[in-house]
Design a protein. Structure first.
Length: 406
C-alpha cells in the first residue's frame, strides 16, 4: 500500500517520510487512532515506504557512511522523491511484495483463535486469510476480522506463543531489505504475556522497526506504552470520506455527503452505511420516539422486538444516526447557520428534537446512545439493552412532549 492510497491524513502522510529522511525514525511507533480513522492503512503504507528500494535511504553500513554520500539510483517514471508528500515508488520488487502483504521482511501480528485443536494459536496460521482481509477490508475492525476467519463467538488473543514467535522471527537476519518491520495490529489483545516483548522492543536488533496499531490506549500494557513513540491518528474529515466514497464506491454525491456527515470521521461506519443505504433510519427513529412519548408500553415492546432482529451492525448504525441528529440539533441551537449543507429531512428532524429536548437532555441522550453502542459491540442482549434505553430516554424527555409526525 502506498500513501496515496490512504484516505485523508495528509499531515501524517507528509511527516512520516520525514522521519526517514531526517534519520529520526524510532524503533517502535504506536499509531493510535479510533476505528475507521485509517491507522492500519497508514502503518501499512509506512512499512512499504521503509522497505522500498528507491524511496527510503539506506541505514548506515557497518563501515560507516560514504565521505561523499551514497549515489541514489536514477528515478523511475512517476517516482516521487522525498520532499512534500513523499511515497514509496510502488514498482520496485520490494514494493510489489509489500503491496501484496508478502514481503519477507514485513511481519504481522494480530488477534487469532486456535486453528487446530491442541496447537497454540499464532498469526502465521492465518497469514493467507490476513492478506485477503487487508485487500478486501482495509478499514475492518476486530469483529470483522474474527468473523472473517470463522471465529464465531470465540475471543481472539495475541498469545504468549505468538510473542515467542515474534522474538524468534526478529532475531533472524533480514532476507532482502535493510530493515525488518513488525506490524502489530490491536496490541490491546496482548495480556501480561506482552511483557515477553519488552526487552525486544527496548533493545531490538539493528534496523528493526515496530509499528503498533491501536484504538484504545488505556487497554495497552503500560510497560509497552512507555517504550513507544506515539503517533496520534485523527478521525477523518467529512470531505475526505465523501471524496473516497465517490471515487472508490461510486456513491452519488448527495448520498456521500449525507453518509460523511453521519459517520463522524469513521470510514468503517461510512462503508457499512453504504451497504445499507436503503435503510430508513429516520422512519425507525420516528417510530421509536412516538412509542416512547405517545403510544406507550405495548408499542415500545413491539418496537424493541423489531429492532432486536436487525443484527448488531445495523443496530450500531441506527444509534449512530440518532446520535448524528442530536449533535445537529445541538449545533442548530448554538449556531445560526449550523444546518446548512445537511439534508432537509435531517435538518427538519433536528428542529423537531429541539422542540422536545434542551441541550442538557440531548447531551444525556447522546451519552446513553454511546453507552448502548459500546455494549452492543460486546454482545449485550439487544432486547434488554433497547428496553432499558427506551425507559431512560422517556425519563429524560417526559416533561416536554411533542408528537413527531411526518
Amino acid at each position: 500500500m502506498q500513501f496515496k492510497q490512504v484516505i485523508g491524513q495528509h499531515t501524517l502522510k507528509k511527516e512520516l517520510p520525514e522521519l526517514m529522511k531526517e534519520n529520526r525514525l524510532a524503533h517502535a511507533l504506536l499509531f493510535l487512532g479510533k476505528e475507521g480513522s485509517g491507522a492500519l492503512s497508514l502503518a501499512l503504507a509506512f512499512a512499504q515506504y521503509i522497505v522500498c528500494e528507491r524511496a527510503s535511504p539506506k541505514p548506515p553500513s557497518a563501515e560507516g557512511a560514504s565521505l561523499f554520500g551514497d549515489l541514489l539510483p536514477p528515478p523511475l517514471p512517476g517516482e516521487r522523491r522525498l520532499g512534500g508528500e513523499a511515497d514509496s515508488c510502488g514498482t520496485c520488487p520490494s514494493c510489489v511484495k509489500a503491496a501484496a502483504f508478502a514481503h519477507p521482511d514485513i511481519h504481522f501480528s494480530y488477534p487469532v483463535v486456535t486453528k487446530k485443536p491442541g496447537t497454540p494459536p499464532i498469526s502465521t496460521d492465518y497469514i493467507t486469510e490476513w492478506r485477503e482481509f487487508l485487500k478486501e477490508y482495509p478499514f475492518g475492525n476486530a469483529y470483522d476480522w474474527l468473523q472473517f476467519i470463522g471465529a464465531e463467538n470465540k475471543q481472539g488473543n495475541i498469545t504468549a506463543q505468538e510473542c515467542n514467535d515474534i522474538i524468534k522471527k526478529l532475531n533472524l537476519k533480514s532476507f532482502e531489505s535493510e530493515y525488518k518491520v513488525l506490524v502489530i495490529w490491536l496490541p490491546e489483545y496482548l495480556g501480561n504475556e506482552g511483557n515477553k516483548l519488552l526487552k525486544l522492543i527496548e533493545e531490538p536488533p539493528p534496523n528493526t522497526v515496530f509499528l503498533l496499531v491501536a484504538e484504545n490506549e488505556s487497554q495497552i500494557l503500560a510497560t509497552i506504552l512507555s517504550r513507544v513513540q506515539l503517533i496520534k491518528v485523527p478521525l477523518l474529515e467529512d470531505k475526505d470520506i465523501e471524496a473516497a466514497l465517490n471515487e472508490n464506491n461510486r456513491t452519488t454525491h448527495e448520498a456521500a455527503a449525507r453518509i460523511a456527515a453521519v459517520s463522524q470521521g469513521n470510514y468503517h461506519t461510512a462503508l457499512q452505511m453504504v451497504q445499507h443505504a436503503d435503510e430508513d433510519w429516520q422512519e425507525l427513529l420516528r417510530g421509536w420516539l412516538n412509542a416512547i412519548m405517545k403510544t406507550g408500553p405495548v408499542a415500545q415492546s413491539k418496537w424493541v422486538d423489531e429492532v432486536s432482529k436487525l443484527g448488531r451492525e445495523k443496530q450500531k448504525q441506527f444509534l449512530q444516526y440518532f446520535n448524528h441528529l442530536l449533535q445537529l440539533a445541538l449545533k442548530m441551537q448554538i449556531f445560526e447557520n449550523a444546518g446548512e449543507g445537511y439534508p432537509d429531512r435531517d435538518r427538519d428532524f433536528a428542529a423537531r428534537l429541539n422542540k422536545i429536548t434542551g441541550m442538557e437532555q440531548q447531551e444525556a441522550i447522546i451519552t446513553g446512545l454511546d453507552n448502548a453502542a459500546y455494549y452492543i459491540e460486546r454482545n449485550a442482549n439487544s432486547k434488554m439493552l433497547f428496553m432499558a434505553l427506551t425507559i431512560k430516554i422517556y425519563h429524560i424527555i417526559k416533561d416536554k412532549i411533542v408528537f413527531l409526525n411526518e
